[in-house]
Design a protein around this ligand. Structure first.
Ligand code: DQA
Length: 140
């Protein structure tokens, strides 16, 4: 099982950005925890964080036939991007959507995610543990 972990815009600022919502861990901390969990489960990983939607789309296209699953925190693109939904629809493997915060208890514009229509599972509100839960789910 090979899993591509994708993080969308502004998630490079984790640890500094609204820590009361997103926590004090940096993205590097979270990626290290995922790497360890995946290693324990015999799961291969690759990572991308980008603030550029086209870069994310290209990476999803390249993942076709190379990865068994994508774990994605689409961040703000969740609420805006049909292009991201379509790219994920063109990927044949598992797709798990992760949000650190519970988007359903926040502003109304965060309640809808375009990506959820393609996701096999949606995890929101578990903080960084959500990514580990996604790895456990895929490895089961
Ligand atoms: C987020 C929630 C989104 O609404 C927001 O735009 C983010 C992060 C989360 O992980 O809770 O950037 O996806």
């Amino acid at each position: 099982m090979n899993v591509l972990i994708l993080n969308g815009p502004n998630l490079n600022l984790l640890g500094k950005r609204e820590p009361e919502i997103y926590g004090h861990e940096t993205l590097a901390d979270i990626e290290n925890a995922i790497r360890h969990r995946a290693f324990d489960k015999g799961v291969g990983t690759d990572f991308l964080q980008t603030n550029h939607e086209g870069v994310m789309l290209d990476r999803i296209h390249e993942a076709r036939g190379r990865f068994d699953a994508i774990v994605i925190n689409p961040a703000a693109w969740s609420h805006t991007s049909v292009a991201l939904l379509d790219a994920l629809k063109a990927f044949e493997g598992h797709v798990i959507e992760v949000h650190l915060s519970n988007i359903h208890t926040r502003e109304a514009f965060r309640h809808h995610s375009y990506i959820s229509a393609r996701a096999e599972a949606v995890i929101a509100g578990m903080g960084s543990f959500g990514y580990l839960a996604a790895i456990d789910f895929l490895a089961r």
